[in-house]
Design a protein around this ligand. Structure first.
Ligand code: ATP
Ligand code: MG
Ligand code: MG
Length: 384
């Protein structure tokens, strides 16, 4: 039966909220472990939620005991308790996968070991300011300094532009476990949502992602000015990158399309992902439905994941003003462009925080681009 098993999810942010929106249609109960009134809990009225932190072992255990399958909407979770409960409840994807991926440097090494092309990286833990200068001498400038852990939305990245900016970089990130990546001179960024089921590996279409200050701003499906062959290569690379990771569910694969047309993996997320939001409106099955199908062994087929209509997704990020996201949402309606507005219920905005997103689907990507441009301009204005 579809709706008899309970799903437990670590994390109750916007991804959990959209996962629940999909689960609600199927009458599947999702128990969320996060703070009270988190975005996911707001759209799910039952008494199975757990209040606490997804980093807290006791709370993770309690969640596991309340459901049939445990999954995540964030990778920064306590994987040791997941390892312990894995005998009693399904954990999807595997705690091993989560443990490797949550450390971006360990993830890079693992991918490299499995023959997947990633940006060249150097471990900087315990190396101090001198270590950062050494990297500059080997990689040249700019290079990307990254925190191995607890990184999301660019909070954990610092572009080291020259030897003069090393001190500042260390001041900002020096207390975190660090590694450095060689600068990827990309022509654009691409992403593929991969679905791992009990039967095999499926993919959603290749999309283009545009990041500003290390935060995703826009996605284009299909990507602009990318030929079919390159989009296909991205699909193959995404499958290859996910292949060595154990467990079922949706994975977000971010990659760089370099100027010489080669592809490099940027990073992998073991869960639904910002670059897959467009699937809600643009594909027959959304990434959230696909995730549920994968972890609950419901049938799902490659033929259900294609693009129905070209689409553009625009993130609504918090601006200077605590109300900026509401103004953007109102503008999206005022423009009468048929854009679907999603707000995440996070209360007041903070600069750079993901507060919602907008998806526009049209007959052609060119039409979608023209229609959404005034909203992109408005978003840029709000950012100040
Ligand atoms: P997410 O929210 O996707 O988890 P994150 O905080 O883990 O993001 P990354 O994905 O590592 O951050 O980097 C964010 C963005 O910074 C990338 O999408 C890209 O635009 C830029 N970036 C990251 N690494 C490099 C690199 N080696 N060279 C050039 N640009 C990079
Ligand atoms: Mg990341
Ligand atoms: Mg990323």
């Amino acid at each position: 039966m579809v709706d008899t098993r309970k799903v437990g999810v670590l994390g109750g942010g916007q991804l959990g909220r959209m996962l629940i929106a999909a689960a609600n249609n199927l009458n599947i109960q999702v128990n969320v472990l996060d703070a009270a009134n988190s975005p996911a809990k707001q759209v799910s009225a039952h008494d199975g939620h757990i209040e606490g932190s997804f980093k807290d072992a006791a709370a993770v255990k309690k969640l596991a005991q309340s459901c049939d399958v445990v999954t995540v909407e964030i990778e920064h979770v306590d994987t040791h308790m997941l390892e312990e409960v894995a005998g009693q409840v399904s954990v999807e994807p595997s705690w091993k996968t989560l443990r490797t991926i949550k450390d971006k440097y360990a993830q890079k090494l693992y991918l490299k070991e499995h023959g997947v092309a990633v940006a060249e990286s150097v471990d900087l833990e315990g190396k101090g300011v001198e270590g950062l200068k050494d990297v500059g001498r080997t990689f040249g400038y700019p290079y990307m300094l990254k925190s191995k852990t607890e990184a999301y939305d660019g909070r954990g990245n610092f572009v080291v532009k020259s030897e003069e900016s090393v001190e500042e970089a260390f001041e900002v990130l020096g207390k975190r476990p660090l590694y450095a990546e060689k600068w990827a001179e990309f022509r654009m960024e691409l992403a593929v949502m991969v679905v791992k089921t009990k039967d095999g590996v499926l993919t959603f279409p290749t999309v283009e992602t545009v990041h500003e200050d290390s935060i995703c701003k826009l996605t284009y499906a299909p990507p602009r000015n990318v030929n079919k062959k390159t989009a296909q290569r991205a699909q193959e690379l995404a499958k290859k990158a996910i292949e060595p990771f154990e467990g079922k569910g949706v994975f977000g694969v971010e990659m760089f399309l370099l100027k010489d047309n080669s592809l490099l993996i940027n990073e992998i997320a073991p869960r639904p992902h910002n670059s897959g939001h467009y699937t809600i409106e643009a594909c027959e099955r959304s990434q959230y439905e696909a995730h549920l199908c994968a972890i609950l062994d419901l049938p799902i087929d490659q033929s259900e994941l294609g693009l129905i209509r070209p689409s553009i997704m625009l993130n609504i990020l918090g601006g200077q003003d605590t109300d900026s996201h509401r103004k953007i949402a109102e503008k999206a309606f005022a423009l009468r462009i048929g854009a679907k507005v999603h707000l995440y219920g996070k209360g007041d905005a903070r600069p750079g925080r993901k507060m919602g997103h907008v998806t526009i689907t049209k007959r052609t990507l060119a039409e979608a681009e023209v229609k959404i441009q005034p909203l992109v301009d408005f978003v840029d204005q709000m950012k100040g």
